[in-house]
Design a protein around this ligand. Structure first.
Ligand SMILES: [Ca+2]
Length: 225
């Protein structure tokens, strides 16, 4: 697979983190909090791939609406391939963890729950999951601040177009229809996904479409140490 357009948000992240002030006061142990996160599939048609959950500092980004997807983000959006970011992000300053948090796709109407932990200023959650019967649609959250209060919070999230693969809707380019790592490239930014269209390729609104939010993310604090 060849990607034509690679933009390293991670590289920017390193620059950004270099500009942030020093961390905690000397001698203070960074507090760690544990959270339960539940991802619900709000679509009627699209399995959500096992999500990648990343815990990081506020000065770095995994992905961002309106920006170009990094190579690793495009791999998730196009092929549900979490392995690049899972391997690379923990090697960068500002990132605490990057883990695939489900063992199977989350089917329409289903949920998957998992735990994450923060540490000191590593208190942001970013998450991505592909809508697998699309060219490069994904949903997720970008740098949610994990609340240190006990109130449960919920976020409804739309589907985004990864901007790296043309929405030709051809089964030959869609991993959820048996064809991973096949694509027609597109040079665009991450943006709101236009949705599935009838009369294009092999997908239909009835079998593969969605309206409104694609994912609900619920976050509850469990404890601290
Ligand atoms: Ca696209």
């Amino acid at each position: 697979m060849r990607r034509l357009l690679i933009f390293s948000l991670a590289a920017l992240a390193v620059l950004a983190i270099g500009a942030t002030p020093a961390i905690a006061a000397k001698g203070k142990k960074a507090k760690s909090y544990t959270y339960e996160v539940t991802v619900e599939n709000l679509t009627a048609t699209q399995p959500l791939a096992p999500p990648l959950a990343v815990v990081h500092k506020p000065g770095v980004k995994v992905w961002r609406n309106g920006y170009i997807a990094s190579h690793g983000v495009a791999a998730i959006a196009e092929d549900a391939d979490n392995s690049i970011l899972e391997s690379a992000l923990p090697k960068l300053r500002g990132f605490l963890s990057a883990e695939t948090v489900a063992t199977a796709p989350i089917m329409p109407g289903e949920t998957a729950s998992f735990e994450i932990s923060t540490k000191g200023r590593h208190n942001r959650l970013s998450l991505l999951s592909m809508l697998v019967k699309t060219n490069d649609a994904f949903s997720g959250v970008d740098s949610i601040r994990l609340n240190r209060g006990k109130k449960t919070r919920m976020f409804n999230r739309m589907a985004y177009d990864g901007g790296s693969e043309t929405n030709d809707q051809l089964a030959a380019h869609i991993p959820g229809l048996g064809n991973p790592f096949m694509r027609a490239p597109e040079g665009n930014i991450i943006r709101k996904h236009p949705g599935i269209k009838d009369g294009v390729g092999d997908l239909t609104v009835k079998a593969d479409g969605w309206t409104g939010a694609a994912m609900k993310v619920t976050i509850t604090r469990l404890g601290k140490s």
